[in-house]
Design a binder for this molecule. Structure first.
Ligand code: ATP
Length: 362
C-alpha cells in the first residue's frame, strides 16, 4: 500500500470540475511535484490533501488512515504557502518554536527540536534575528524549518519559492531538496514552473483542466511525453503534425508537410492515422549539406537561419522552412557537432536520428 493514496478524487465547484477523477500513489520519502498552468486544479488538489477543501467524491488515505472528516489541524501534515508569512515580531528561534509551543510540548523538547531544525537549515547563528534582518532565501529556510519542526508525516508546499528571484530560487531549490531528503520527509509540492519541478521532484504529475495527464520521473516525462500537451508544456519542442504512411514490422514512416520521419521503434497505429511528431531542439544536428545517413531522405529538413540566440553553453537557432514553419534547434557550444560558422541568412540542413523523435497520438 502506498504511503499516500489519492483515489478517484473529484472536486466540483458549482458544476466546474476543478479536479477531475485524479488517482495517484505517492511513496514515502518522495518529493512529488504537481505541475500545470494556472487554473489546472493543482492547488485545489493540494488543499484537499491539507483539509482546506473536501473532495466531492473520492478518497485520500495517508499512511493507512482515511483523511475524510479530519480538520486540517488534525491531519499529520503541514502546509507551507507561497507567502510563507513568518511572524515579523518574533525571532528566527521563536518562529520555528511557535507550533511546538502551541502544542504545549515541554520546554527542553522544544529547545532540542528548534536547535535540530536550525542546524538542518544552517541558520544557527541567525537564531536571534528577526525576519526582516534575513535575505529572502534565509527567510524561506526559516519557513521550511517551521513547517518541519513538528515532524509532519507529509509536507505540502504551495509554490514554495514563488517569492524569490530567479537566481536565489535556483540556489534554494537544491538546498530545499537536500533538507527534505535529510529529514526523510515525504513532500507534495505545487508549481507552475517546469524547471523547478524537474530540479526538485523525484516524480512529476502534469495536470491540465483538472486531469492528471502523465506521472513519471522528470527524465521520463521529458523524454517520453504521453500527450501533445505534456510535450509542449515540459521544455522546448518542435511539434510536427502528419500522417502515418508506412507501417512495417521494424519501422514506420510519418509524412508531414515537407518532411518524412522514419521511426524505428514501437508505435502501434494504422496507415492513414493522424499523428504528431515531437522533436526536442537539442536532438537536432545542423550541417551545410544533406546528411548521408542510413535512412535516405528521411529525418532531415533544409532551412534558413532566421534568428540565433547565444546562451553561453549552447546556441538556439530558429530555422525558417520551405513550408513557412519554423524549426528550433539547440546546439551545444562546448561540444559542437557542427563545424560550420553559422550566421543569420545561411541555408543549413537539420537532421536527427530515428530515436530522437516521439510519436504522439493524443
Ligand atoms: P494557480 O496556479 O493560478 O493557483 P491552479 O492550477 O492551482 O492555479 P486552482 O486554484 O486549483 O488552479 O483552480 C482550479 C479551478 O477551480 C479554476 O478554474 C478556479 O477558478 C476554480 N476554483 C478554485 N477554487 C474555487 C472556489 N473556491 N470556488 C469556485 N471555483 C474555484
Amino acid at each position: 500500500m502506498a504511503f499516500l493514496q489519492i483515489e478517484q478524487v473529484v472536486k466540483d465547484f458549482d458544476g466546474v470540475k476543478a479536479v477531475n477523477d485524479v488517482s495517484l500513489d505517492i511513496e514515502k520519502g518522495e518529493i512529488f511535484a504537481l505541475l500545470g498552468s494556472s487554473g489546472c486544479g493543482k492547488t485545489t488538489l493540494l488543499r484537499m490533501l491539507a483539509g482546506f477543501e473536501t473532495p466531492t467524491t473520492g478518497r485520500i488515505v495517508l499512511n493507512g488512515q482515511d483523511l475524510a472528516g479530519l480538520a486540517p489541524y488534525e491531519r499529520p501534515l503541514n502546509m507551507m504557502f507561497q507567502s510563507y508569512a513568518l511572524f515579523p515580531h518574533l525571532t528566527v528561534w521563536d518562529n520555528i518554536a511557535f507550533g511546538l509551543k502551541r502544542d504545549g510540548l515541554p520546554k527542553d523538547q522544544i529547545a532540542a527540536q528548534v536547535e535540530d531544525m536550525l542546524k538542518l537549515v544552517q541558520l544557527g547563528k541567525y537564531a536571534k534575528r528577526k525576519p526582516h534582518q534575513l535575505s529572502g532565501g534565509q527567510q524561506q529556510r526559516v519557513a521550511l524549518a517551521r513547517s518541519l519542526a513538528k515532524k509532519p508525516q507529509l509536507l505540502l508546499l504551495d509554490e514554495p519559492l514563488g517569492a524569490l528571484d530567479k537566481k536565489l530560487r535556483e540556489e534554494t531549490q537544491i538546498e530545499l531538496v537536500n533538507i527534505i531528503h535529510n529529514v526523510g520527509a515525504t513532500c507534495v509540492m505545487v508549481t507552475h514552473d517546469q524547471e523547478e519541478a524537474m530540479t526538485m521532484a523525484t516524480r512529476i504529475g502534469v495536470m491540465s483542466e483538472g486531469r492528471l495527464l502523465q506521472v513519471g520521473a522528470p527524465e521520463e516525462v521529458y523524454e517520453t511525453p504521453a500527450t501533445r500537451f505534456v510535450a509542449d508544456f515540459i521544455g522546448n519542442v518542435n511539434l510536427m503534425d502528419g500522417t502515418l504512411t508506412v507501417d512495417e514490422p521494424d519501422h514506420v514512416v510519418i509524412t508531414c508537410e515537407g518532411c518524412t520521419h522514419y521511426v524505428g521503434h514501437g508505435i502501434t497505429g494504422t496507415v492513414g492515422m493522424p499523428v504528431t511528431v515531437a522533436l526536442r531542439p537539442e536532438k537536432i544536428r545542423l550541417d551545410a549539406t544533406p546528411p548521408a545517413g542510413p535512412h535516405g531522405p528521411h529525418n532531415q529538413l533544409q532551412g534558413t537561419v532566421k534568428d540565433m540566440s547565444y546562451f553561453g553553453s549552447f546556441t538556439v537557432y530558429h530555422l525558417l522552412l520551405a513550408n513557412g514553419k519554423q524549426l528550433k534547434v539547440s546546439e551545444s557550444n562546448t561540444e559542437r557537432h557542427c563545424d560550420l560558422p553559422i550566421a543569420r541568412g545561411d541555408s543549413v540542413w537539420a537532421h536527427w536520428s530515428p530515436t530522437a523523435q516521439v510519436v504522439l497520438t493524443a
